[in-house]
Every structure is written in structure tokens, then in C-alpha cells.
Design a protein around this ligand. Structure first.
Ligand SMILES: NC(=O)C1=CN([C@@H]2O[C@H](COP(=O)(O)OP(=O)(O)OC[C@H]3O[C@@H](n4cnc5c(N)ncnc54)[C@H](O)[C@@H]3O)[C@@H](O)[C@H]2O)[C@@H](O)CC1
Ligand SMILES: [K+]
Length: 493
């Protein structure tokens, strides 16, 4: 099993840059040339038939990297133009040296977007406008350069980070959309959360020879788990019996939302839970038994009827299709006080956000699974604030409610007592109803099989996304939540 990858802030990466320069005993310009060489090698590997290169350079060291790439293209006799989006006379230090290097190699430098020839399909654009030094809102003339890049038909390689994307938060309303991002020294959190996954394209990591010890004592913002580093379930013993694998109770399914609770129950079943009960509206019973007779479905018309069902399960998942009416409130009020681990999703989160039910409750043994809108309601923020800094939002929900908080997105964040984890899995086809219900069922089943809430969250988020990726082989549009179930079953072992 691999170890998770540390994800750093821009400030920590600057510190790492300094440490690498000291540790390797090389001048900073040598490191910049190394970065440029690695970026150019990645460009040639991805687009071996490139006929023309156009580099957009800013005024800092990211621009310097860009001038190095331009110089290397010229050395290979590939026609190359560098657009100096910040006037060269304003360059200093390594960026100026890199600019002069590009001139010596015969790179054509233009100073205005209007002087650039238009790009075609044989051109590769290199975005070296802004790197980790970017902060705040994008200022002109770089904004126009970003728009020009995004209008182009040519593929785009972003140097270190797509320009305009915030390396700390993944915020980027006005940022370059790249096909390939070559990032140096250390992974920046912003590449993997918020808008990062949508803007970066493929991410290629180049450590530039940084020795492992430079990371010592530097706290990452988050840890990135992949299929190789998520925890896995232990193999079942030959003499296994069902009581060893958890009894899950799913609570939900008010009138009109019966499918949500049923999907959560079925996904718990397909994730290996030993026994599954479902507490739902009486009118959903026959449908539930027809669809999945393995589930023990119980009719509940009030919180009182739920009470006796709360004694036997090992884990309770509450929320899918719960609704926000008094029926759902009563059920959540009871389930939320049960003495077993809880998975809290969907309308259970919305009721919780309302503050009248389970007011002030904090539990170490619950997993809350909000999407952006639900996180905003739990915090009393607006959604834009959550999108602007998802890490801060996930941490704030965790601080308020304790336990494990899964903030769902293209980069899903898992905030817990010890820190924050991030997982990139899944695809846009999964933006459809029912997907969250499946995740809830998976988490509950994994806790039932012995994983801690945080381990269950890590494995479940990856499993859910990976199942979605497999299922999307038949097309992302029209992907149904239940299409994932056979894949959940195949991948859970
Ligand atoms: N320091 C090092 O050792 C290395 C640095 N490298 C490169 O250097 C980059 C960091 O360089 P810098 O720290 O010079 O920073 P950048 O080049 O990323 O950005 C600094 C420039 O951006 C401008 N800027 C900042 N915010 C802006 C905004 N909102 N709108 C418009 N312009 C804005 C600043 O005025 C400044 O000119 C990395 O991303 C990487 O590409 C690489 O060469 C590898 C080695
Ligand atoms: K860039």
C-alpha cells in the first residue's frame, strides 16, 4: 500500500523551493532551468507532432520557466513565439536571466496579444503567466491573456499551475483551462480541489530532484489518497458468519423519496454488510421487498415506531429521502441519539442545519456527508463562500459538529480530528440523483465491517468514484446511481 501524497500551500512550496536550493547546492536559476526542461520534455511526450509553440509569460518566476521552455523549443528548431504579457524591462532576477536566455536562443518575443499569430491545431500553448505567486483577483493585462488562451483551439500546457487558479484553495473563476499541468517540487492543494480538477487536465508531477528530507517538519494542508493508498477491508475468514459484518439500519424515504433510502440500503448490501434493515414509510415496503428482498424493511409512521428498531443495528445511516417534514425530524431526533456510529446525509443534514433538532450535538462517531449546498447551510455561509475555500469549509463543519466530515466534489475533502484528506475519483456523469445515497450506504457498510469512521470514509469515497468511472465506460450522460452497484461489489474486495 502506498502512502498518501502531501498537498501543500503556496507558502509551504516557497519554503520547499528554498530548502531544495540549499539541499542540492544549486543556484535558483539552475532549478528554474530544470523546471523548464521537465516541462518541455512533458510537452514533447504528450504532443510529439507539435509544429509551433506559443508561450505566454508573466512577470515572475513562472514567466521565467516559460522563457526557458521557449528557449528549449527554439534549440529543437520548433518555431516558437513568447508573448511577454509583462514588459521584459520589468523582469528581474532569474526571470530576467531566463528571458535573456530565450533571446540568445532566437526566440521571437512579442509584447502584445495582438502581435501574436493565431494558433491552430498544430500549435501547443504554454501558460506561464502566473504560478504560486498569484493571489487575489486576476489583474489586467493578464486577464485578457487568460481569455485568449481559453478561446484558442490549441492544446494548453500549464506550467506549475493553471494561471488564475489559487494554489491554496482551488478557487479560480477566471483561470486557464489546461490539458496538461506540469507541477514542480511539491503538489499544491489547489490543483486537486475546488476548480482545480476541472482546470488542470492531466497533472504531471516533477520533484526536480528534491530530496525527501526537505519535507521534514512542514505540515501539509491535506493528504491525498488514491486507489493505492486507501485502506482496504481484511479478507474474510473461511468460517465467517453474517453477524461479523455489521447490521446496518437505513432511516429515510418520506413520501415521494422512497428510492433514496432503498438505494442506500441496497448499496450497503452490495458493499458487504452482513444484515440490512430499512425504516421507511409503509407505502414503500412492497417496492423495497420486490427490489431487494435481502433488506429487512420496517414501516414507520412516527419516531416512536423507530425506537425499538434502534437497539439492534451496529451502524445507522440516516437521511436519504428523509424529507424535512415533522416525520423526518422525529426520526432524526431519535436516530441521532442512538449509541452506535451514524452516517448523516441529505435531508438529515438540512434538518441539522435548521438547528431545532439535535441542537448543539457533537459526536466523534458520526460521519456527515454534505455537498456544497448542505455544507453552506450547516455553516450559515453562502455556497459561493464554500466554493471559494472548500478546505476551510470542511474544517469549519468538522469543528462545529466533530466526527468525520466528507465535503463532496471533484476533489472530495474528508475533515477529521487528525487533519484533512482529499480524494479525486469519479466523473461528471455522477452529477445525478441517487449518487449520494449510494455513498451513504457504502460508508455504513464499511464501518459495519470493522473500519473506523475515517477509514470507512476514505475507502468509500474512492470506491464510489472508482465504481462511477467503471460504470461510465458506457457513457457519462445517462449514468444511473444503480449502475454503480455491480462495480461497488467488484471493487470492495
Ligand atoms: N523559486 C524556485 O525555486 C522555483 C520557482 N519556480 C517557478 O516560480 C513560480 C513562482 O514564482 P514567483 O514567486 O515569482 O511568482 P509567480 O511567477 O507565480 O507570480 C508572481 C507575479 O505575479 C504577479 N501577480 C500576483 N498576483 C497577481 C494578480 N492577482 N493579477 C495579476 N498579476 C499578479 C506579481 O505581480 C508577480 O509579477 C512557481 O510557480 C514556479 O513556476 C520554478 O522555476 C521552480 C523553482
Ligand atoms: K502557469
Amino acid at each position: 500500500m502506498d502512502t498518501p501524497q502531501p498537498l501543500y500551500s503556496a507558502e509551504s512550496v516557497r519554503e520547499l523551493d528554498r530548502r531544495v536550493i540549499t539541499a542540492l547546492g544549486v543556484p535558483s536559476l539552475a532549478l528554474m532551468k530544470r523546471a523548464g526542461r521537465r516541462a518541455f520534455a512533458r510537452l514533447m511526450a504528450r504532443w510529439p507532432d507539435v509544429r509551433r509553440v506559443q508561450v505566454f509569460c508573466g512577470g515572475g518566476n513562472n514567466g521565467g520557466d516559460g522563457y526557458v521552455v521557449a528557449a528549449l523549443a527554439a534549440q529543437k528548431n520548433i518555431p516558437v513565439t513568447a508573448c511577454a504579457c509583462v514588459p521584459p524591462e520589468k523582469l528581474s532576477g532569474d526571470a530576467r536571466s531566463a528571458y535573456e536566455y530565450a533571446l540568445r536562443e532566437g526566440v521571437q518575443v512579442v509584447q502584445s496579444l495582438t502581435d501574436l499569430d493565431s494558433e491552430d491545431g498544430d500549435t501547443v500553448i504554454v501558460d506561464a503567466l502566473l504560478g504560486t505567486g498569484f493571489s487575489g483577483e486576476l489583474r489586467e493585462p493578464l486577464g485578457h491573456a487568460v481569455e485568449r488562451i481559453n478561446r484558442s483551439v490549441a492544446p494548453v500546457l500549464a506550467v506549475d499551475i493553471p494561471s488564475g487558479l489559487n494554489a491554496d484553495t482551488g478557487h479560480g473563476d477566471r483561470a486557464v483551462r489546461a490539458d496538461l499541468t506540469v507541477t514542480f517540487i511539491a503538489r499544491k492543494l489547489g490543483l486537486y480541489c475546488g476548480r482545480g480538477p476541472a482546470l488542470c487536465g492531466e497533472v504531471a508531477f516533477e520533484d526536480l530532484g528534491a530530496p525527501a528530507e526537505v519535507h521534514q517538519g512542514l505540515e501539509p494542508l491535506a493528504w491525498r489518497y488514491t486507489g493505492e493508498s486507501v485502506p482496504r477491508l481484511a479478507e474474510r475468514p473461511a468460517d465467517a458468519y453474517k453477524n461479523q459484518f455489521g447490521h446496518i439500519l437505513v432511516v429515510g424515504g418520506d413520501a415521494g423519496f422512497g428510492g433514496a433510502a432503498l438505494m442506500a440500503a441496497e448499496s450497503a448490501a452490495r458493499s458487504g454488510a452482513g444484515l440490512i434493515s430499512l425504516a421507511t414509510r409503509p407505502e414503500h415496503l412492497s417496492a423495497a421487498l420486490t427490489r431487494c428482498p435481502e433488506v429487512m424493511a420496517h414501516p414507520v409512521i412516527s419516531g416512536q415506531e423507530l425506537e425499538p428498531l434502534l437497539d439492534s443495528p451496529d451502524v445507522i445511516a440516516v437521511g436519504p429521502g428523509l424529507g424535512r417534514a415533522p416525520w423526518g425530524e422525529q426520526l432524526l431526533a431519535r436516530a441521532g441519539r442512538a449509541e452506535v456510529p451514524l452516517v448523516v446525509d441529505a435531508d438529515a443534514l438540512n434538518i441539522l442545519a435548521g438547528g431545532r433538532v439535535l441542537a448543539g450535538l457533537r459526536r466523534d462517531d458520526w460521519v456527515l456527508t454534505p455537498h456544497v449546498g448542505e455544507a453552506a447551510r450547516l455553516l450559515g455561509w453562502d455556497s459561493a463562500a464554500v466554493l471559494a475555500d472548500p478546505l476551510a469549509a470542511a474544517q469549519a463543519v468538522q469543528e462545529k459538529f466533530s466526527g468525520v466530515v466528507i465535503l463532496k466534489g471533484a476533489g472530495t475533502l474528508i475533515a477529521h480530528e487528525q487533519g484533512v484528506d482529499l480524494i479525486n475519483a469519479g466523473n461528471p456523469g455522477m452529477a445525478s440523483g441517487g449518487m449520494g445515497d449510494l455513498l451513504t450506504g457504502i460508508i455504513a457498510a464499511l464501518i459495519g465491517q470493522g473500519l473506523s469512521p475515517v477509514e470507512a470514509a476514505r475507502l468509500a469515497v474512492w470506491l464510489h468514484g472508482a465504481a462511477g468511472d467503471h460504470a461510465a465506460a458506457d457513457g457519462q450522460r445517462g449514468l444511473l446511481a444503480t449502475d454503480l452497484l455491480p462495480w461497488v461489489r467488484r471493487l470492495v474486495d
